[in-house]
Ligand binder design. Sequence first.
Ligand SMILES: [Zn+2]
Length: 398
Amino acid sequence: MTELSPTKFAIEAQDGEARAGVLTTRRGRIETPVFMPVGTAGTVKGIRFEALESEDLDAKIILGNTYHLWLRPGIDVIKSAGGLHRFIGWDRALLTDSGGFQVWSLGSLRKITEEGAEFRSHVDGSLRFLSPEVSMEVQAALGSDIVMVFDECAPGEASHEETERSMSLTTRWAKRSKAAFDRLQSEGADTGRLESDGLSGLSGCQALFGIIQGAGHLDLRRISLEKTVEIGFDGYAIGGLSVGEEKSLMFEVIGDIAPRMPKDSPRYLMGVGTPEDLVEAVARGMDMFDCVLPTRNGRTGQAFTSRGKLNIKNAQWTNDSRPLDESCGCSVCRRHSRAYLRHLYMTGEMLASVLLSHHNLAFFLDTMRGVRQSIRSGDFPTFRREFTGRLGAIGENQ
Ligand SMILES: [Zn+2]
């Protein structure tokens, strides 16, 4: 076992359940609550790394998907490049998911047993097997700074019995993940540490986060929380939300579970959500978020703004010289009009996706900046009320 510390976490201000803190990883300091842009296949789609680092976005941590990177380009390529950071050219923090959610999303194409999940690769149709041990090996090879345990996700509407079976499996997989993770750390399998012998001199080892499952069943969520904390992780995530359940149920689960999660560890809400979802989850005590919405919606012509969603395809923007969001200071809003962005989108120009994705990320990241400041200054309830109050104001006739 390494004596290096994986992460440090300190809460610096609290307003109700909302917390503002600092998560220190081996690749730098991250102020929380934080939004983490998703870099599925080693890229935040349509966004250059210079832009992610720019003042506009200033993303301190991004995500990589174990499932996608494992299948393509494969671990050998990433290992020989010296880890995922070097491969993609990113020096800031990286969190990798375990691949569990992607495998689960394959539906009937996968078979889940006690041992792990067997599935057909969506890339070449080959038969693959992912387990807690394989996931930990892949994430060690990627050299990410935060590793997630391999879990199973029950569907949002799953019965109590089905959810209990799935949640128990997740607990057993969490134990196996932790054991494999510890072994790999002591064997020096973390590619990030190999790199530290060279130029970067990383200050710590990889961190491992546990995942709380249990779908919409609060009793099972509480058991999952207790068992996950018993195993002991560097941080704790709520998984399996925003998978088809009602939004009110999602917030019921977060509202019940978040305040029971360890106070001195970061709390990560996986795969959620819209800007208003993030603000609402912060109000219930969550610290970390990721979601594909900013870039995915950017590619389909949808902008998130302080006054609600704006569909750039709508004819009403044809001659509109205003920016996407008059309250946004991002480089897209400083330079381009809705009319121009609409023109780019309608003519199928790739720049439309790039610019809309950039603005959307800027809006998500800036929202979290506002959240952090308001918690620190004790104004979070006002921020929350005003933020929510403005949404929907854009209307289709504006
Ligand atoms: Zn903007």
